[in-house]
Design a protein around this ligand. Sequence first.
Ligand code: FPP
Length: 255
Amino acid sequence: MNRVFGSWRKKRNSPESVHPDGENIPKHVAIIMDGNGRWARKLGMPRIVGHRSGMKAVKRVTIAADELGISVLTLYAFSTENWKRPKEEVDFLMSLPTEFLAMELEELIEKNVQVRMMGHTEELPEHTIAAMEEAIERTKHNTGLILNFALNYGSQREITESVKEIAREVMEGKIKPEEITQQMIGSRLLSGGLPDPDLLIRTGGELRLSNFMLWQTAYSELWFTDLYWPEFGREQLFAAVAEYQNRTRRYGGLS
Ligand code: FPP
């Protein structure tokens, strides 16, 4: 099958204005990919054209994250609130992971990328689950970049479910309420096992978290850009990481 994205080959010596320091690369970068619709409207195109272009940005940013040596890239591809959109748009958004993986899985495997998914899978269409499961299965032994798709993901729901699970264990007498720890809640979240994001990026000019990784981003550095997601790429990721490297993270303490 022809890939629409071109090759994975790293673009060396491209004229980006900043190059992050090879030290202090954030382990986990999470991105709220916003602005596909507005980008398309700016061009007088239907919203789905924006989403398709957003898929190309996913490819670009995955390559750039791999190049930088980031360990985990989490992409907010569909929220639990996105079901409120017209059915046509929802169906299109659900077809994108399937389309992306049909085109890119072989190359992701070759590049040692491990695909993961974080979300409430039970409501996803069969074809989306099947494509994700195949990708997860075929890349599970890969040791490079973890490409984590947040699909039908909602942070308040994941926290609620974690708390419910703990409540059940309390009822069954397995743990006492006073034994509940932050770690216990965190490890039952959908991101369980992944480090918390060091850097959270949001495109599209909005300054909010939109129910994304609310627990896990307690101490993430935030980076916002007015650029729409289809305009985002290697140069912007590098700029965000370079700025991250200039921040002092105190975690509530003193520097
Ligand atoms: C929000 O911007 C974006 C989304 C709800 C979808 C994001 C999905 C992608 C970028 C493609 C994902 C690709 C793969 C392979 C999973 P918006 O469209 O609501 O933009 P707007 O705020 O301008 O209307």
